[in-house]
Write a protein that binds this ligand. Structure first.
Ligand SMILES: C[S@@+](CC[C@H](N)C(=O)[O-])C[C@H]1O[C@@H](n2cnc3c(N)ncnc32)[C@H](O)[C@@H]1O
Length: 209
């Protein structure tokens, strides 16, 4: 984020949030960027969502930041890595948000949908980038009528739409998958999607009426 705006924008904070930021930095755990989080908070102000689903909890930074900002929202979040899941459970407990943040250990590509809520106002896709189409098709069924799906990292560190700078075959494959997802969103006739160059690139998709 622009350094000047950083001094003007207030992000949710608490002792647990500060500890999580430090942990993520020291241990290279990817968490939501500040500007993307601000975009979320603004959306929350406008939408007043009741329920949100997050795919990819990591240590719970995004879920805890959002639930700290909005005292009413209920968040379900799925994480497949056991170590990160345990850290997230601990952080949610420390933040005293266990009554509003529900964590699920498992692969979002396989988790039984019956365990989740049928009507999410926001679904945040932030898991394995190569699986985004799969997540979208699986979870759009759980979106409320006015709900939105937010997808993160669609520019993937500037590699998307800039493949000539990629040297590794694995990275190339991943970037191609993200490009395919972006095209999938742009062409999806059931959803209207807007793409934003905020931080690592996000999209917001709303079901067409
Ligand atoms: C970018 S991090 C999530 C950061 C988190 N949303 C935040 O902003 O604080 C992505 C997480 O998704 C998890 N993940 C990847 N594939 C997954 C899957 N299929 N199901 C559940 N979690 C997954 C990874 O283990 C990782 O912790």
């Amino acid at each position: 984020m622009n350094e000047y705006f950083k001094t003007l924008n207030l992000l949710p904070t608490s002792r647990v949030i500060k500890e999580m930021r430090k942990y993520a930095e020291n241990n290279k755990v990817p968490i939501i960027n500040d500007e993307t989080l601000l975009f979320f908070l603004h959306l929350i102000d406008l939408m007043k969502p009741k329920k949100m689903l997050e795919i990819g909890t990591a240590i719970g930074f995004c879920a805890i930041s959002i639930a700290t900002y909005d005292g009413d929202i209920l968040i379900d979040s799925i994480e497949k890595n056991e170590t990160l899941f345990s850290l997230a459970v601990n952080n949610v407990r420390k933040a005293k948000l266990d009554d509003r943040i529900n964590l699920f250990l498992g692969d979002a590509a396989e988790l039984e949908l019956e365990k989740l809520n049928p009507e999410y106002d926001i679904i945040f896709i932030d898991g394995a980038k190569a699986q985004y189409v799969n997540y979208f098709e699986r979870y759009e069924k759980l979106l409320s009528e006015e709900g939105v799906i937010i997808s993160d990292n669609l520019l993937f560190h500037g590699f998307v739409n800039n493949k000539k700078i990629i040297e590794s075959r694995n990275l190339l494959h991943l970037v191609e998958k993200i490009e395919a997802y972006n095209s999938y969103l742009a062409r999806n006739r059931n959803f209207d999607t807007k793409f934003f160059g905020i931080d690592d690139g996000i999209a917001i998709s709303r079901r067409k009426k």
